[in-house]
Design a protein. Structure first.
Length: 332
Protein backbone atom coordinates (compact mmCIF):
# COMPACT_ATOMS: atom_id res chain seq x y z
CA UNK A 1 0.00 0.00 0.00
CA UNK A 2 2.80 2.40 0.88
CA UNK A 3 4.47 1.87 -2.49
CA UNK A 4 1.21 2.62 -4.32
CA UNK A 5 0.65 5.76 -2.26
CA UNK A 6 4.21 6.91 -3.00
CA UNK A 7 3.72 6.41 -6.75
CA UNK A 8 0.42 8.33 -6.70
CA UNK A 9 1.99 11.16 -4.69
CA UNK A 10 4.95 11.34 -7.07
CA UNK A 11 2.65 11.41 -10.09
CA UNK A 12 0.55 14.18 -8.55
CA UNK A 13 3.67 16.24 -7.78
CA UNK A 14 4.97 15.75 -11.30
CA UNK A 15 1.64 16.76 -12.83
CA UNK A 16 1.28 19.90 -10.72
CA UNK A 17 4.79 21.00 -11.72
CA UNK A 18 4.14 20.36 -15.39
CA UNK A 19 2.83 22.68 -18.04
CA UNK A 20 3.52 26.12 -16.57
CA UNK A 21 7.16 25.24 -15.88
CA UNK A 22 7.49 23.74 -19.36
CA UNK A 23 5.98 26.84 -20.96
CA UNK A 24 8.28 29.15 -19.01
CA UNK A 25 11.29 27.02 -19.98
CA UNK A 26 10.56 26.99 -23.71
CA UNK A 27 9.41 30.63 -23.75
CA UNK A 28 6.02 30.25 -25.46
CA UNK A 29 2.59 28.61 -25.31
CA UNK A 30 1.62 26.04 -27.96
CA UNK A 31 -2.04 26.86 -28.60
CA UNK A 32 -4.38 24.52 -30.46
CA UNK A 33 -6.76 26.45 -32.72
CA UNK A 34 -9.16 25.81 -35.61
CA UNK A 35 -8.05 25.45 -39.21
CA UNK A 36 -9.49 28.89 -39.90
CA UNK A 37 -12.73 30.26 -38.43
CA UNK A 38 -13.03 34.04 -38.91
CA UNK A 39 -13.60 35.91 -35.66
CA UNK A 40 -12.55 32.98 -33.47
CA UNK A 41 -9.20 31.66 -34.73
CA UNK A 42 -8.09 32.63 -38.20
CA UNK A 43 -4.72 33.48 -39.83
CA UNK A 44 -4.18 36.44 -42.14
CA UNK A 45 -2.10 36.33 -45.33
CA UNK A 46 1.10 36.72 -43.27
CA UNK A 47 0.15 33.84 -40.94
CA UNK A 48 -0.75 36.10 -38.00
CA UNK A 49 -3.57 34.56 -35.97
CA UNK A 50 -6.45 36.52 -34.45
CA UNK A 51 -9.86 35.86 -32.94
CA UNK A 52 -11.77 35.42 -29.69
CA UNK A 53 -10.24 31.96 -29.08
CA UNK A 54 -6.76 33.20 -29.99
CA UNK A 55 -7.11 35.99 -27.42
CA UNK A 56 -7.44 33.40 -24.63
CA UNK A 57 -3.98 32.04 -25.44
CA UNK A 58 -2.64 35.57 -25.79
CA UNK A 59 -4.07 36.43 -22.35
CA UNK A 60 -2.31 33.46 -20.74
CA UNK A 61 0.91 34.48 -22.50
CA UNK A 62 0.54 38.03 -21.16
CA UNK A 63 -0.04 36.69 -17.65
CA UNK A 64 3.12 34.55 -17.76
CA UNK A 65 5.56 36.59 -19.83
CA UNK A 66 4.16 40.14 -19.72
CA UNK A 67 3.90 39.77 -23.51
CA UNK A 68 0.75 38.57 -25.30
CA UNK A 69 2.66 37.43 -28.37
CA UNK A 70 4.67 34.51 -26.99
CA UNK A 71 2.28 32.00 -28.57
CA UNK A 72 2.67 29.46 -31.38
CA UNK A 73 -0.41 28.05 -33.07
CA UNK A 74 -1.33 24.51 -34.12
CA UNK A 75 -4.29 24.41 -36.56
CA UNK A 76 -6.37 21.32 -35.72
CA UNK A 77 -9.43 19.65 -37.20
CA UNK A 78 -12.29 18.65 -34.91
CA UNK A 79 -11.10 15.05 -35.16
CA UNK A 80 -7.49 15.88 -34.21
CA UNK A 81 -8.00 18.40 -31.43
CA UNK A 82 -8.41 16.20 -28.34
CA UNK A 83 -5.62 13.79 -29.27
CA UNK A 84 -3.25 16.73 -29.76
CA UNK A 85 -3.99 17.94 -26.23
CA UNK A 86 -3.88 14.48 -24.62
CA UNK A 87 -0.50 13.72 -26.24
CA UNK A 88 1.11 16.99 -25.12
CA UNK A 89 1.47 18.31 -28.66
CA UNK A 90 -0.28 21.49 -27.47
CA UNK A 91 -0.46 23.16 -24.05
CA UNK A 92 -4.04 24.40 -24.33
CA UNK A 93 -6.87 23.89 -26.81
CA UNK A 94 -8.71 27.13 -27.57
CA UNK A 95 -10.77 26.18 -30.58
CA UNK A 96 -14.59 26.54 -30.74
CA UNK A 97 -15.06 23.39 -28.63
CA UNK A 98 -18.29 22.55 -26.79
CA UNK A 99 -18.16 21.70 -23.10
CA UNK A 100 -20.13 18.46 -22.60
CA UNK A 101 -20.27 15.93 -19.77
CA UNK A 102 -18.63 13.11 -21.74
CA UNK A 103 -15.78 15.30 -22.95
CA UNK A 104 -15.23 16.62 -19.44
CA UNK A 105 -15.16 13.17 -17.83
CA UNK A 106 -13.93 10.58 -20.33
CA UNK A 107 -11.11 12.24 -22.28
CA UNK A 108 -8.75 13.15 -19.43
CA UNK A 109 -9.44 16.85 -20.04
CA UNK A 110 -10.76 19.88 -18.15
CA UNK A 111 -12.77 22.77 -19.59
CA UNK A 112 -11.63 26.01 -17.99
CA UNK A 113 -14.62 28.28 -18.65
CA UNK A 114 -16.90 29.58 -21.37
CA UNK A 115 -15.56 32.11 -23.86
CA UNK A 116 -18.71 32.05 -25.98
CA UNK A 117 -22.25 30.85 -25.21
CA UNK A 118 -23.50 29.40 -28.48
CA UNK A 119 -26.08 27.05 -29.95
CA UNK A 120 -26.35 25.01 -33.12
CA UNK A 121 -28.21 26.47 -36.08
CA UNK A 122 -28.90 25.98 -39.78
CA UNK A 123 -27.97 28.00 -42.87
CA UNK A 124 -29.73 27.67 -46.24
CA UNK A 125 -29.80 29.43 -49.59
CA UNK A 126 -32.41 32.17 -49.69
CA UNK A 127 -33.58 30.69 -53.02
CA UNK A 128 -34.76 27.59 -51.11
CA UNK A 129 -37.61 29.71 -49.73
CA UNK A 130 -37.29 28.23 -46.22
CA UNK A 131 -37.87 30.42 -43.18
CA UNK A 132 -37.80 27.78 -40.41
CA UNK A 133 -35.80 24.65 -39.64
CA UNK A 134 -39.14 22.86 -39.26
CA UNK A 135 -39.48 23.12 -43.07
CA UNK A 136 -36.33 21.02 -43.67
CA UNK A 137 -37.99 17.60 -43.90
CA UNK A 138 -36.08 15.45 -46.40
CA UNK A 139 -33.13 17.84 -46.54
CA UNK A 140 -29.50 16.88 -46.98
CA UNK A 141 -27.34 18.47 -44.28
CA UNK A 142 -23.63 19.23 -44.60
CA UNK A 143 -21.64 19.06 -41.36
CA UNK A 144 -18.28 18.12 -39.86
CA UNK A 145 -17.29 14.75 -38.39
CA UNK A 146 -15.96 14.48 -34.83
CA UNK A 147 -18.28 17.18 -33.49
CA UNK A 148 -21.40 17.41 -31.34
CA UNK A 149 -23.19 18.64 -34.47
CA UNK A 150 -24.05 15.22 -35.91
CA UNK A 151 -25.81 14.03 -32.72
CA UNK A 152 -27.75 17.31 -32.43
CA UNK A 153 -28.94 17.00 -36.04
CA UNK A 154 -30.10 13.44 -35.41
CA UNK A 155 -31.93 14.47 -32.22
CA UNK A 156 -33.65 17.44 -33.86
CA UNK A 157 -34.84 15.71 -37.03
CA UNK A 158 -35.99 12.57 -35.23
CA UNK A 159 -37.83 14.47 -32.50
CA UNK A 160 -39.69 16.37 -35.23
CA UNK A 161 -40.32 13.21 -37.31
CA UNK A 162 -38.44 14.60 -40.31
CA UNK A 163 -36.32 12.41 -42.62
CA UNK A 164 -32.87 13.78 -43.46
CA UNK A 165 -29.50 12.85 -44.93
CA UNK A 166 -26.12 13.79 -43.47
CA UNK A 167 -23.22 14.71 -45.76
CA UNK A 168 -20.18 14.80 -43.44
CA UNK A 169 -16.54 15.85 -43.95
CA UNK A 170 -13.51 15.87 -41.67
CA UNK A 171 -12.35 19.44 -42.34
CA UNK A 172 -14.42 22.57 -41.87
CA UNK A 173 -13.37 24.04 -45.23
CA UNK A 174 -14.50 20.83 -46.95
CA UNK A 175 -17.97 21.34 -45.47
CA UNK A 176 -18.06 24.94 -46.68
CA UNK A 177 -16.99 23.99 -50.21
CA UNK A 178 -19.50 21.15 -50.41
CA UNK A 179 -22.35 23.38 -49.28
CA UNK A 180 -21.29 26.19 -51.62
CA UNK A 181 -21.14 23.70 -54.50
CA UNK A 182 -24.72 22.60 -53.86
CA UNK A 183 -23.90 19.11 -52.58
CA UNK A 184 -26.40 19.60 -49.75
CA UNK A 185 -29.41 21.78 -48.94
CA UNK A 186 -28.37 22.87 -45.46
CA UNK A 187 -25.18 23.75 -43.57
CA UNK A 188 -25.35 23.08 -39.83
CA UNK A 189 -22.88 23.99 -37.10
CA UNK A 190 -22.75 26.40 -34.14
CA UNK A 191 -24.53 29.64 -35.05
CA UNK A 192 -21.30 31.60 -34.53
CA UNK A 193 -19.60 29.26 -36.99
CA UNK A 194 -22.34 29.80 -39.56
CA UNK A 195 -21.84 33.57 -39.45
CA UNK A 196 -18.08 33.05 -39.77
CA UNK A 197 -18.19 30.42 -42.53
CA UNK A 198 -20.76 32.41 -44.53
CA UNK A 199 -17.99 34.93 -45.22
CA UNK A 200 -16.12 32.21 -47.17
CA UNK A 201 -19.02 31.51 -49.58
CA UNK A 202 -18.94 32.78 -53.16
CA UNK A 203 -22.00 34.98 -52.53
CA UNK A 204 -22.53 35.36 -48.75
CA UNK A 205 -25.62 37.56 -49.20
CA UNK A 206 -27.44 34.69 -50.94
CA UNK A 207 -27.56 32.67 -47.71
CA UNK A 208 -29.54 33.06 -44.49
CA UNK A 209 -29.15 31.64 -40.98
CA UNK A 210 -32.51 30.28 -39.83
CA UNK A 211 -33.90 31.46 -36.46
CA UNK A 212 -33.96 28.10 -34.64
CA UNK A 213 -31.20 27.28 -32.14
CA UNK A 214 -31.41 23.56 -31.40
CA UNK A 215 -28.80 23.00 -28.70
CA UNK A 216 -26.66 24.47 -25.95
CA UNK A 217 -23.05 24.89 -27.11
CA UNK A 218 -20.90 26.51 -24.41
CA UNK A 219 -17.53 26.97 -26.09
CA UNK A 220 -14.33 27.27 -24.11
CA UNK A 221 -10.63 26.45 -23.61
CA UNK A 222 -9.49 22.96 -22.59
CA UNK A 223 -6.44 21.64 -20.70
CA UNK A 224 -5.28 18.22 -19.53
CA UNK A 225 -6.37 16.57 -16.28
CA UNK A 226 -3.81 16.33 -13.50
CA UNK A 227 -2.20 19.77 -13.78
CA UNK A 228 -4.18 22.03 -11.48
CA UNK A 229 -1.73 24.94 -11.56
CA UNK A 230 -2.04 25.23 -15.34
CA UNK A 231 -5.81 24.65 -15.15
CA UNK A 232 -6.09 27.51 -12.64
CA UNK A 233 -3.99 29.91 -14.70
CA UNK A 234 -5.89 29.36 -17.96
CA UNK A 235 -9.21 29.60 -16.12
CA UNK A 236 -8.33 32.78 -14.24
CA UNK A 237 -6.85 34.47 -17.31
CA UNK A 238 -10.33 34.30 -18.87
CA UNK A 239 -11.98 35.34 -15.60
CA UNK A 240 -9.59 38.30 -15.40
CA UNK A 241 -10.80 39.58 -18.79
CA UNK A 242 -14.44 39.28 -17.70
CA UNK A 243 -13.85 40.92 -14.31
CA UNK A 244 -11.90 43.74 -15.97
CA UNK A 245 -14.84 44.54 -18.24
CA UNK A 246 -17.26 44.49 -15.31
CA UNK A 247 -15.05 46.90 -13.36
CA UNK A 248 -14.62 49.24 -16.34
CA UNK A 249 -10.91 48.47 -16.83
CA UNK A 250 -9.85 48.71 -20.48
CA UNK A 251 -6.61 48.61 -22.46
CA UNK A 252 -6.86 52.40 -22.71
CA UNK A 253 -7.31 53.17 -19.00
CA UNK A 254 -5.58 50.29 -17.18
CA UNK A 255 -2.55 52.38 -16.18
CA UNK A 256 -4.82 55.07 -14.74
CA UNK A 257 -6.93 52.42 -12.96
CA UNK A 258 -3.85 51.11 -11.13
CA UNK A 259 -4.21 54.07 -8.75
CA UNK A 260 -7.91 53.43 -8.06
CA UNK A 261 -9.05 53.24 -4.43
CA UNK A 262 -11.73 50.66 -5.28
CA UNK A 263 -10.67 47.54 -3.33
CA UNK A 264 -11.90 45.17 -6.07
CA UNK A 265 -9.82 47.00 -8.67
CA UNK A 266 -6.78 47.14 -6.35
CA UNK A 267 -6.91 43.34 -5.89
CA UNK A 268 -7.48 42.65 -9.59
CA UNK A 269 -4.62 44.87 -10.74
CA UNK A 270 -2.16 43.65 -8.10
CA UNK A 271 -2.00 46.70 -5.85
CA UNK A 272 -3.21 44.52 -2.97
CA UNK A 273 -2.60 40.86 -2.23
CA UNK A 274 -0.51 38.18 -3.91
CA UNK A 275 -3.12 36.74 -6.25
CA UNK A 276 -0.75 36.49 -9.20
CA UNK A 277 1.88 34.69 -7.14
CA UNK A 278 -0.77 32.19 -6.09
CA UNK A 279 -1.13 31.33 -9.80
CA UNK A 280 2.62 31.12 -10.40
CA UNK A 281 2.92 34.48 -12.20
CA UNK A 282 3.56 38.11 -11.26
CA UNK A 283 1.01 40.14 -9.31
CA UNK A 284 0.68 42.48 -12.32
CA UNK A 285 -0.69 39.56 -14.41
CA UNK A 286 -4.10 41.20 -15.01
CA UNK A 287 -2.50 44.54 -15.94
CA UNK A 288 -0.47 42.67 -18.55
CA UNK A 289 -3.54 40.80 -19.85
CA UNK A 290 -5.61 43.97 -20.25
CA UNK A 291 -2.70 45.91 -21.78
CA UNK A 292 -1.90 43.17 -24.26
CA UNK A 293 -5.34 41.78 -25.11
CA UNK A 294 -8.03 44.01 -23.59
CA UNK A 295 -10.97 43.05 -21.44
CA UNK A 296 -13.55 40.48 -22.57
CA UNK A 297 -15.80 43.10 -24.17
CA UNK A 298 -12.91 44.61 -26.12
CA UNK A 299 -11.96 41.16 -27.44
CA UNK A 300 -15.57 40.35 -28.36
CA UNK A 301 -16.12 43.66 -30.16
CA UNK A 302 -12.81 43.49 -32.02
CA UNK A 303 -13.27 39.94 -33.27
CA UNK A 304 -16.95 39.10 -33.68
CA UNK A 305 -18.99 42.13 -32.60
CA UNK A 306 -21.54 44.30 -34.45
CA UNK A 307 -18.86 46.37 -36.22
CA UNK A 308 -17.03 43.33 -37.64
CA UNK A 309 -17.94 41.34 -40.79
CA UNK A 310 -19.60 38.72 -38.53
CA UNK A 311 -21.86 41.36 -36.94
CA UNK A 312 -22.77 39.32 -33.84
CA UNK A 313 -24.64 41.06 -31.00
CA UNK A 314 -23.48 40.37 -27.43
CA UNK A 315 -26.72 38.54 -26.59
CA UNK A 316 -26.05 35.71 -24.13
CA UNK A 317 -22.40 36.78 -24.06
CA UNK A 318 -23.15 40.12 -22.43
CA UNK A 319 -22.09 40.52 -18.81
CA UNK A 320 -24.51 39.23 -16.18
CA UNK A 321 -25.01 42.86 -15.11
CA UNK A 322 -26.35 43.59 -18.61
CA UNK A 323 -28.68 40.64 -19.09
CA UNK A 324 -26.15 38.10 -20.34
CA UNK A 325 -24.49 35.00 -18.93
CA UNK A 326 -20.86 36.14 -18.62
CA UNK A 327 -20.01 36.07 -14.93
CA UNK A 328 -16.61 35.51 -13.34
CA UNK A 329 -15.76 34.65 -9.72
CA UNK A 330 -14.06 37.50 -7.86
CA UNK A 331 -10.36 37.95 -7.23
CA UNK A 332 -10.10 37.98 -3.44
Amino acid sequence: MMLGATVVAAAATSASAGTLDDVKAKGFIQCGVSQGLPGFSNPDAQGNWSGLDVDVCRAVSAAIFGDANKVKYSPLSAKERFTALQSGEIDVLSRNTTWTSSRDTSLGLNFTGVTYYDGQGFMVRKSLGVTSALELSGASVCTQTGTTTELNIADYFRSNNMPYEVVAFEKADEVVKAYDAGRCDVFSTDASGLYAERLKLANPADHVVLPEIISKEPLGPVVRHGDDQWFDLVKWSLFAMINAEELGITSANVEEMKSSENPEIKRLLGAEGDFGQQLGVGNDWVVNIVKGVGNYGESFDRNVGPDTPLGIARGLNALWTKGGLQYAPPVR
